[in-house]
Design a protein around this ligand. Sequence first.
Ligand code: DX5
Ligand code: ZN
Length: 216
Amino acid sequence: MHHLIAPSLLSANFANLEKDINMVNNSQADWFHLDIMDGVFVPNISFGFPIIKHIKKYAKKPLDVHLMITKPDKFINDFKNAGADILTVHYEACTHLNRTIETIKTNGMKAGIALNPHTPVTLLQDIIEYVDLVLIMSVNPGFGGQQFISNTYNRITQLKELINKKNSSSLIEVDGGVDISNAKQLIDAGVDVLVAGSFIFNSANQSNTISQLKNI
Ligand code: DX5
Ligand code: ZN
């Protein structure tokens, strides 16, 4: 499979979101990555349902929604109604993760699990066969524009081995500090989906930057 690109709108211009959404629509990007933060699970607050619904109106590609919130179970149906196609919850935020994953799927979405940089990949061994995606955080979640943690490469390799061993069809997504300097090594290690925020939206030609990441 050719790898996918998911621009993170956290670094977009929220005063003119329609422009940035259309840029992504007309680019080689595959998904929209939406970061939802509650100020409790992570030390930052981003945006919620009204904004997601507006994004959905203009987006012509799937919405990949990354929940950085405690108790995500309370809102699974609301995220479906707002337009999420893929819903990813944090391992560290879920006590009954198997149930959460099943609920996401019965609500008609793809289900993902995100891991913070310190959470061992091996903890997924009894759930990997049930998930559509694993998101490996390559920074501590909460903010765009942080520095990539280099131990991520080892984590991707371990995860790829686990996925193969368990015959899982899960995709591997990497999120945080992704740019042209680390993208190739990440793909070589087994990444299927590259998330990038500041590298894309702070660049002079955003659509070209997406193409650069896509055509590695
Ligand atoms: C961080 C978010 C990321 C963020 C990535 O908590 O999950 O999706 O937007 O931003 P960059 O690519 O700038 O590190
Ligand atoms: Zn994210």
